[in-house]
Ligand binder design. Structure first.
Ligand code: ADP
Ligand code: AMP
Length: 213
C-alpha cells in the first residue's frame, strides 16, 4: 500500500501519517523530517536545504527527488509506505509515478487533508514538534500528556523555525502555486480521496481508515 498525504502545510498530514503508519505497520517517509535530520547532523545536504526551508521555499527538485527514491528503495518500504510532504511539485509526482511504474507499482491512495487557509496560521503557530522522532503536537488542539515533552520518545519539544508567521505566509503561497495542482494530478490518476481536515484528529483518522479499509 503506497499512500501520499496531500494538503497545505499544517493541515495535519504528519499527524495522520503517523497514525496510519502505526495502525498498518508501514514506514512514515517525511521529506521534511529527512531534511531536518540532515540539518541537525550538519551534512552538506542539510546546509543547502536549510537556506530554502528558512525562507519557506521548496528545496529544489534535484536535491529532493534522488533522496526520496533512495529512501523508498530501502527494505523496510517493501510492503508499502506513507509519503508525507512528497511529492510537492508536478515534476516530483511525475518522477514518482514513473519510478513506481517501472516496478509495477502505483500510488494507491492520495489523501487530501482539506483545511482552509484561515485555520492554518493558528495550527502552525501552536505547533510543537519533536526534534528526535518528528511527532507533532499543538499547544491547544493536540497537547502532549506532559507539557513540552514528546509522548512517544520523551524528548523536549521545540517550535519549528519555519513556523514563524512570515514564513508560514510564504509556505502557504508556495503551496497554492506549486503543490495544490497535485490534487488534480492524482484525481486524474484515480487515486484521490479527500477528508475534512478541520475535524478533530481522531475523527479525521476514522475517515481515513474507512477509505483505506
Ligand atoms: P503537516 O504535517 O500537514 O504540516 P501537522 O500534522 O504537523 O501538519 O499538524 C499541524 C498542526 O496542527 C500541529 O500543531 C498539529 O498538532 C495540529 N493538528 C493536526 N491535526 C489536527 C486536527 N485535526 N485538529 C486540530 N489540530 C490539528
Ligand atoms: P514539512 O516538514 O513537510 O512541512 O517540510 C518543511 C520544509 O522542507 C518545506 O517548507 C520545504 O522547504 C522542505 N521540503 C519538504 N519536502 C519537500 C519536497 N518534497 N520538495 C521540496 N521541498 C520540501
Amino acid at each position: 500500500m503506497i499512500i501520499v498525504m496531500l494538503g497545505a502545510p499544517g493541515a495535519g498530514k504528519g499527524t495522520q501519517a503517523a497514525m496510519i503508519c502505526d495502525k498498518y505497520d508501514i514506514p512514515h517517509v517525511s521529506t521534511g523530517d529527512i531534511f531536518r535530520a540532515n540539518i541537525k547532523n550538519g551534512t552538506e545536504l542539510g546546509k543547502k536545504a536549510k537556506a530554502f526551508m528558512d525562507e519557506g521555499k521548496l528545496v529544489p527538485d534535484e536535491l529532493t527527488i534522488e533522496l526520496l527514491l533512495d529512501r523508498v528503495s530501502q527494505d523496510d518500504c517493501a510492503k508499502g509506505y506513507v509519503l508525507d510532504g512528497f511529492p510537492r511539485t508536478i515534476p516530483q509526482a511525475e518522477v514518482l509515478t514513473n519510478a513506481l511504474a517501472k516496478a509495477g507499482e502505483k500510488v494507491d491512495f492520495a489523501i487530501n487533508v482539506d483545511v482552509p487557509d484561515e485555520n492554518i496560521i493558528k495550527r502552525m503557530s501552536g505547533r510543537r514538534s519533536c526534534p528526535k522522532c518528528g511527532a507533532s503536537y499543538h499547544v491547544e488542539f493536540v497537547p502532549p500528556k506532559k507539557e513540552g515533552i514528546c509522548d512517544v520518545c520523551g524528548s523536549e519539544l521545540i517550535q519549528r523555525e519555519d513556523d514563524k508567521p512570515e514564513t508560514v505566509k510564504n509556505r502557504l503561497s508556495v503551496y497554492h502555486d506549486q503543490t495544490q495542482p497535485l490534487i488534480e494530478y492524482y484525481e486524474k490518476a484515480g487515486a484521490l480521496q479527500a477528508v475534512d481536515g478541520t475535524k478533530d484528529k481522531d475523527e479525521v483518522f476514522a475517515d481515513i481508515v474507512s477509505i483505506l479499509g
